[in-house]
Every structure is written in C-alpha cells, then in structure tokens.
Design a protein around this ligand. Structure first.
Ligand code: GLV
Ligand code: MG
Length: 318
C-alpha cells in the first residue's frame, strides 16, 4: 500500500523560480510540489527542469513530501520532464504529480516509464509515488480505475480551475459558487466522487488551489468545505495560506482529546477488566464500535499533525 504522508498543505512552487524554490524550504508546508506544468511558460520549461533537479539535490526540504508536477500526456513535454527530473534527482524525490489524468492507461504509462528509469539508474524500483490530478469530465468518470491503475498512486487531487473550464462551468472564481447557482454546492458532486475513489482504494484526497490569495477568509471557507467532507489537505499558492491549511486540516484540540479519550475508554470497557462491554456510556455519550472507528480517524489526523493530548482517561473506581 502507498505510504500515507502528511499532506494538509501542498505548496505550489513554479520550477522556473530558483528564488521561490529556495523560499519553500523555510515554509511549514507538509508538501512542496515543484511545477513544470501550468505555472511555467512553455519556453521556460527546459530551465525549470534544471532548476528543480538542482534544488532537489541541494536539499533542505527535510520533513516535507517532495513532489514534481510534470506536464500531461497530451503535450510533447511529459517524457522529457520525467526522464530529466528522475534521472537527475530520483533519489531526492518522493512523487511525480501527473496533471489532467483522463484514463487509467495514462497512470500506467507513467508507472512503466518510472520503473525503467529506476532500473537503469540503480534507484529502488517502485519507491517514487504518483499523485493523479483529476481536471476534466473524462478523468472524473474514470476516477475509480485511475485510483487502482498503479500501486504507486498515493493521492487523487481535484484541479478546480481546469475542471471548471472543462465542464463549461459559468464561474471565473475558483471554488466559489457560479452566479445563478443557488440549489446547493456546485462542487459537492465532484468532491464526493473523488473522495469515494480515494477512500475505496486507500488513497489521500487533496483539494486544489484557491486563486484569490489575498482572501484568507475565502480560503478557509473553501478549505473548510473539503476538510468537512473528509479531504486530507489542500494546495497553497502563497505562504499566507500555509498556516490556514495546516489548521483547517488538523482536528481541533478538543476533538483530538475527545477522540483519544474514546479510544482509551473503549479499549478498557471492551476488555475483561472493564466488563467486556460493547456499548458503554462515556460521560453523556453512548459509545460503541462505530464510535471507535470515527475516533481512529480524528486521532490519526491529530497524531500525524504532531498534536499532544491534554486529557487522560481515568478508569472508574473499582
Ligand atoms: C490546478 O491544477 C487546477 O487546474 O485547478
Ligand atoms: Mg490544472
């Protein structure tokens, strides 16, 4: 199974900017992804590949998941992006992000190419993961097959800007509801569809960018929507968005404490010493096996975020 890394905040850095590649090292983002795709002009792409190889090999991204976004398979750039970056810095890279994935075959093609490069360069075969971006209708209807196309797939990512364009959504503001749409959330189906594929196949579900980088309230609102559904993280385009993402995708302290308490209490009450009970009262709340499963989710997110509990479970007096 692909590793589940912390990915609350996924920082986008254009590969054409050595300055921004450098600055990313000091930001508290869980993941940094160096772009050769849409944030890099076509004539700057060869230079971006070189900058990225140099930055990865120089290091300084400790504690962060290191990802490179290559161009999609309908362009002329993908193979050279992958070959140059992985041959040049494969040992210092965690994942390749593949944008605009439309079919499972496109993931398989990347998997095969990665395997060849790993073999011919003495790299561990299969270590480099794949992050698949869903950015159009065909990708969304094939998302189940895409999630299963390779054991390298670690995340399914929603790319809202390209997606909105591809389905002709009448909005120019990414993440906001299109004018005239007032029956709910125009993104709900897309987000849920991606989330179901991710959860069915043990992948992480990641929400894409929020382009109004000065509007932190808007960022929190849109991030809060995908976090509430169960998404694991969201892109950040600007240093100011990093703290907001880390906060929104971590549980609140009281929810984390409560989850750890449920786990300890349920462990105790289901044991012989605790009376071997399957449904018990914890304060005013009835807890059972399903409560334990919900608590595991919150506790895992809190532990991954490095949270410390502030309340201990106390056994009842004998
Ligand atoms: C990201 O790539 C997007 O298109 O939103
Ligand atoms: Mg895109």
């Amino acid at each position: 199974m692909a590793p589940q890394r912390a990915r609350r905040s996924n920082l986008a850095v254009p590969g054409s900017s050595p300055k921004m590649l450098e600055k990313a090292k000091g930001l508290p983002a869980d993941q940094v992804f160096m772009d050769i795709e849409d944030a890099v002009a076509p004539i700057a792409k060869p230079e971006a590949r070189k900058n990225i190889v140099a930055a990865l090999n120089e290091g300084g991204y400790e504690g962060k998941t290191r990802v490179v976004r290559v161009n999609d398979w309908t362009t002329q750039w993908t193979y050279a992006d992958v070959v140059e970056v992985v041959e040049g810095a494969g040992a210092n890279l965690d994942c390749i992000m593949l944008p605009k994935v439309q079919t499972a075959d496109q993931v398989v093609a990347l998997d095969l190419l990665l395997t060849q490069i790993e073999k011919s360069n003495g790299l561990e075969v299969g270590r480099i993961g794949i992050e698949a971006q869903i950015e159009n209708a065909l990708g969304l209807i094939n998302v189940d097959a895409i999630a299963q196309a390779s054991p390298r797939v670690e995340t399914i990512i929603f790319g809202p800007a390209d997606f909105m364009a591809s389905i002709n959504m009448k909005s120019l503001v990414v993440g906001e509801q299109p004018p005239g749409y007032d029956v709910g959330d125009a993104y709900h189906y897309i987000l849920m569809r991606i989330l179901m594929a991710a959860r069915a196949y043990d992948k992480q579900a990641i929400d894409g960018p929020y382009l109004a980088i000065k509007d932190l309230d808007g960022y929190r609102r849109v991030a809060g929507r995908s976090a509430a559904l169960g998404f694991d993280g969201k892109w950040v385009l600007h240093p100011d968005q990093v703290a907001a993402a880390n906060e929104v995708f971590s549980p609140k302290q009281e929810d984390y404490d409560h989850a750890e308490l449920i786990l300890d209490a349920y462990d105790y009450y289901t044991s012989a010493a605790g009376g071997a009970k399957g449904a018990v009262m914890l304060g005013d709340e009835m807890i059972d096996e399903a409560s334990r499963k919900m608590a595991i989710v919150i506790a895992a997110k809190g532990r991954a975020a490095g949270m410390q509990r502030t309340r201990a479970f106390e056994k009842p007096e004998a």
